[in-house]
Design a protein around this ligand. Structure first.
Ligand code: HEM
Length: 444
């Protein structure tokens, strides 16, 4: 294939991707990339010396088209302690370019290759000990678009999973060293998207509008774990399996091997927070592999009607007795006295909250905040009502500890929000607030 002209590749930090190649002809493409070793945050109060391509984990996204002649310039910053290199899975040739790109601190290596096969490919450092270089964050994605480019979509994002192994346990504060033993045992302390816990939540959440088609370029740097990539509340309309040319449709969860990738596409139909997870689910809720795609726009009740009714279910009671206990917004259970509220509240707590906030109300360190003696809870009852009624995501501080996760909205009646919060407030050393259904109704 003939190449036309020469241009410098646009490089973007995650979660952004460069502009599509569109209909451009194959060209000589200059790629400039710099290896930087630097300390960054892994989780709240936890830092780590990452080894990076271009200062981010994952490294810059590289976008090419099939037939491009790539001239790759790999620079190793003079402050680096070690030599590095790059193995691009998009390269046809020895080591994916590893030997040709081996570069000492304060040097630049230049090598060339032609993009032969369209697809989404991982690149990573392949300097010994290879596992350690990858475990420290040295990976990213290179996309080789087919001739004519991929179909245009409304939003494109770059997401990459990785597992990390630290001397201290998950959440242990301070600068954490790499643990070779845990890496060998494949006993990850952190499994994260885009390099850290909260890499895709709070201010880092992805966004889209109802009606848009979203394309995620998803990679898995590993070094060890295979990702069961899933978006809670969506179905992938299309998955380019393993980042190749084969397209599967209507997929719930797609496997992304360590050192592999996938392209997933879906149209967002209703507003709300979609949750990106590794569906090996303890990794999501306990190790960090959780991100948010915030969708804004008009509700569409035909697609999702939400909860339309809640009734008491009590198999021991006759139909007529049950009818008198029906719970709707207009006919709440008559749980008016504090004792009744507490009883019903305990029932709701056990059914809806206990799994995360635990029977003791103490939560789980680094995953679910405590409701026992919670300064966050006691400071503002209206905020607490909103948390239960509408859900919560992003960074919050409870009793001096930061949580940056997501709590789904609780689909319970206003009356039961009042009951459960009254139960929580009148337990575990909290400030004995009595929450009423009227207070909950007012929360918008
Ligand atoms: C945060 C209450 C169910 C996960 C909170 C907070 C409250 C609360 C008051 C604010 C922080 C605090 O005071 O500690 C409740 C109640 C629930 C419930 C009353 C049941 C009706 C759940 C469930 C989950 C969950 C089922 C897990 C799936 C979380 C998380 C946060 C949180 C992760 C922190 C969110 C962030 O980091 O932004 N919850 N919760 N909660 N809850 Fe719940």
């Amino acid at each position: 294939m003939k190449v036309y002209g020469e241009s410098e590749a646009e490089m973007t930090s995650p979660p952004m991707v460069p502009r599509p190649v569109g209909k451009r002809a194959a060209t000589k493409l200059i790629v400039n990339m710099e290896v930087v070793e630097k300390e960054m945050e892994m989780s709240d109060g936890v830092s780590y010396v990452y080894w990076t391509f271009d200062g981010t984990v994952p490294g810059s996204f590289i976008r090419t088209r099939v037939g491009d002649e790539v001239e790759f310039h790999l620079k190793n910053h003079p402050d680096s302690k070690l030599p590095h290199n790059i193995d691009l899975h998009a390269v046809t040739g020895p080591g994916g370019g590893a030997e040709s790109s081996f570069v000492a601190p304060g040097h630049e290596a230049v090598f060339t290759f032609k993009t032969m096969n369209p697809g989404l490919y991982v690149y990573h450092c392949a300097t010994a000990p290879v596992g350690m270089h990858i475990a420290n964050g040295m990976y990213g994605l290179i996309l080789v678009e087919p001739e004519g480019g991929l179909e245009p979509v409304d939003k494109e994002y770059y997401v990459m999973q990785g597992d990390f192994y630290t001397e201290g346990e998950n959440g242990e504060r301070g600068l954490q060293a790499f643990s070779m033993q845990k890496a060998v045992d494949e006993d990850a302390d952190y499994v994260v998207f885009n390099g850290k816990v909260g890499g895709l939540t709070g201010d880092n959440a992805l966004t889209a509008k109802v009606g848009e088609t979203v394309r995620l370029f998803v990679g898995n740097g590993g070094p060890n774990l295979v990702s069961s990539f899933h978006v809670i509340g969506e179905i992938f309309d299309k998955v380019y399996l393993e980042g190749g040319a084969m397209i599967n449709e209507n997929v719930q969860t797609t496997l992304i091997p360590a050192g592999g990738a996938a392209i997933v596409e879906f149209k967002v139909e209703v507003p709300g927070n979609l949750v990106l997870v590794d569906h090996s689910i303890f990794r999501a809720f306990n190790k960090g592999a959780l991100g948010i795609l915030k969708v804004e726009g008009e509700e569409n009740e035909k697609v999702f009607g939400g909860k339309i009714e809640e009734k008491v279910y009590n198999p021991g009671v006759t139909a007529t007795e049950e009818a008198t206990e029906e719970v709707t917004e207009d006919a709440p259970v008559a749980s008016t006295s504090l004792a009744q509220k507490m009883e019903r509240g305990k029932q709701i707590y056990t059914q809806n909250c206990l799994a995360c906030h635990q029977a003791t109300g103490n939560g789980i360190p680094n995953a679910f905040p405590p409701l026992a003696n919670s300064d966050y809870l006691n400071a503002d009852v209206h905020r607490a009502i909103e948390v239960v009624k509408f859900g919560l995501s992003g960074e919050i501080e409870v009793n001096g500890n930061v949580y940056n996760s997501a709590m789904p909205k609780q689909n319970i009646s206003d009356e039961d929000v009042a009951n459960v919060l009254t139960y929580v407030y009148n337990n575990w050393g909290n400030n004995k607030t009595e929450v009423t259904a009227e207070m909950v109704k007012k929360a918008k």
